[in-house]
Write a protein that binds this ligand. Sequence first.
Ligand SMILES: N[C@@H](CCC(=O)N[C@@H](CS)C(=O)NCC(=O)O)C(=O)O
Length: 278
Amino acid sequence: MADQTEPVHFFDLTSALEGPRQSWSPNTLKTRAILNYKGIKYTQSWISYPDIAPISKALEIPANLSGTVYYTLPAIVHKASVSSNPHGAMHDSFPIALHLDKAFPAPEYPSIFPNGQASIALAIATEKLLTASVAKFVRMLFAGVSGILDDRGKEYFSDTRLPRFQTRYPDIQSMAELRPASQEECDTIVADTNKELQIFSTLLEGQAQNAGPFLEGEKPAYADFVLAAYLAWYERSNPEVFDALLESSNGLLRKHWEASQPFINGQGVTIDWAVPKP
Ligand SMILES: N[C@@H](CCC(=O)N[C@@H](CS)C(=O)NCC(=O)O)C(=O)O
């Protein structure tokens, strides 16, 4: 078991939102949820998009050369448990989840994969199902994220995302223009996103076998952190339609969201992290 006297340091992607809603990224929120649920002592730093690469390089985190983006958050530093890197650093939400569950194991810390391989499979399936809702919500989602980012993050987000959207929507000149122009179009997007979220009503109910509020029952597991993290992404970026999105599933998604607030919102002690100069 990992030494609890050394806190885990967690890098989150910043926004201009206040309080716990400053944390908005679906990937970093999964790690935050684990730290909070397991009750692991942690410190945190808020990082702007353009600072992810220099910080990751300084921590000797390997670049993901097969993807379009080389360096991503979440990342953690924990010398007491991460021996594969000279700084005790690692990144990528799923490897971090597996690592933290091993380094802070049950029964001292609640398991995030209580049914072993079945819990892992459920988490992977949950993410795949959520991807279908992202595809429907994508215009409002990316316009919304652009609207909540810090100034440097917003500029980076536009530089990296706008050209991709312009291949599909050649008329747009800014991320904000991804937002549908009419209420009718907005209602259609929300209704289509809702349809993709309906599957969670079936999963949360478990043929009326699941007393809930979580996918695996009374206690949350990693699949629940994935679901709650995506819902938080929707809420942070589009608070005005979030209530309508929770309508999808006989109140079960709403119950899930409400029960997820403690592990989505919990905070570590914030530390400024010096960004290395190029
Ligand atoms: N597979 C990675 C993906 C992480 C990811 O895409 N993170 C985004 C934020 S949600 C990021 O850091 N993007 C950096 C960029 O776009 O430059 C994980 O699960 O951690």
